[in-house]
Ligand binder design. Structure first.
Ligand code: SF4
Length: 332
């Protein structure tokens, strides 16, 4: 069996506050294969960015990984000392954040930053690293890269800066890229270009990509599979076409109903009533139960675990053939 590039098993992340311990991620598991793009979608506060930060070892106190395991190409990385995980970041895991200026130092020419990253991780001379940097800038669509390499970040537009960040993220040939809302700050036309660039990473380099976004449209365009997160857990995960066209979890159904389509322009978009609970007020049982039109007694007591259902895995008692069977028929 092929080892996944990223394997997250039962991940738990908590934040210690003066009053209590808040569980931001509660038993999240998923894999990403070589060349695969996994979209992770959910409302703000669902835990998608925290999951990405846990993978790259950037959960800062008072947050901490409280349980579970994270494997990169079969090697466990969640308990490594900070020095080692820092070496893995940049070399084996590339990162793309919403604001390109998070990754770029405004005081240095972009070429110097890319060359330094290349030379930190790959055994190349200054000249060879500079040539590679120019090639990468061309690869991500920066015009006249041999000139632009000596420009400063502020001399680029937002879209061009995000391309530079992508060049920086891939320059050490990482196995995995974590992209957190990489297109959110960009104009729609630039978004499409960045999306096709991210798609190409998987296809051309075999890079596995974890794409975190609140935008289901971006996921539908980019991803092979999608994980829908709610209140720190995965509600549903499966091939993107299957989940978009036939979502099973009531929350995923609501989320997919909220994607505008050209065919249904005059149709009112579905709104999910209520809002996601705060971390300090997650209800017992299924955390979606106060908002769910299908909730029944068991939902208020038992927490549903993701179970295989066709090509999907879904954490909902409606799809559990054990004790919820009667309720399932009622709700269907
Ligand atoms: Fe709704 Fe119950 Fe399924 Fe949760 S487990 S989504 S409350 S039916």
């Amino acid at each position: 069996m092929t080892v996944p590039v990223l394997s997250v098993r039962n991940l738990e992340v908590e934040f210690l506050t003066r009053r209590s311990t808040l569980r931001a991620i509660n038993g999240v598991s998923f894999d990403i294969a070589k060349g695969e793009v996994l979209g992770v979608v959910g409302e703000s506060g669902a835990g998608k960015s925290v999951t990405g930060l846990a993978v790259i070892g950037l959960i800062d106190p008072p947050g901490r990984i409280a349980g579970g395991e994270i494997y990169l190409s079969g090697t466990r990385i969640d308990h490594l000392p900070p020095e080692e995980i820092r070496r893995i970041r940049g070399k084996r895991i590339g990162m793309i954040f919403q604001d390109p200026l998070t990754s770029l130092n405004p005081l240095y020419r972009i070429g110097d930053q890319i060359v330094e990253t290349i030379r930190t991780h790959l055994n190349l001379s200054e000249t060879a690293a500079r040539k590679r940097a120019i090639d990468l800038l061309a690869e991500v669509g920066i015009p006249a890269p041999e000139k632009r390499i000596d420009a400063y970040p502020h001399e680029f537009s937002g879209g061009m800066r995000q391309r530079v960040v992508i060049a920086l993220a891939i320059c050490a040939e990482p196995e995995l890229i974590i992209a957190d809302e990489p297109t959110t700050a960009l104009d729609v036309s630039v978004q499409a270009q960045i999306i096709s660039l991210i798609k190409r990473l998987g296809r051309d380099y075999g890079t596995a990509v974890m794409l975190v976004t609140h935008d289901m449209g971006v996921i539908a365009e980019t991803s092979d599979r999608v994980a829908v997160m709610y209140s720190g857990r995965i509600a549903e995960i499966g091939p993107v076409q299957d989940v978009v066209q036939n979502p099973l979890h009531p929350y995923a159904k609501g989320l997919m109903g909220a994607i505008p389509t050209l065919a249904g322009e005059d149709k009112r978009l579905v709104q999910i009533p209520g809002s996601m609970p705060r971390l300090s007020a997650i209800p017992p049982g299924c955390s979606f139960n106060p908002r769910c039109a299908f909730a029944f007694d068991r939902c208020r007591v038992d927490r549903p675990e993701p179970l295989k259902h066709g090509s999907h895995a879904v954490a909902c008692h409606l799809f559990d053939t054990a004790p919820g069977e009667a309720a399932k028929e009622t709700a269907a």
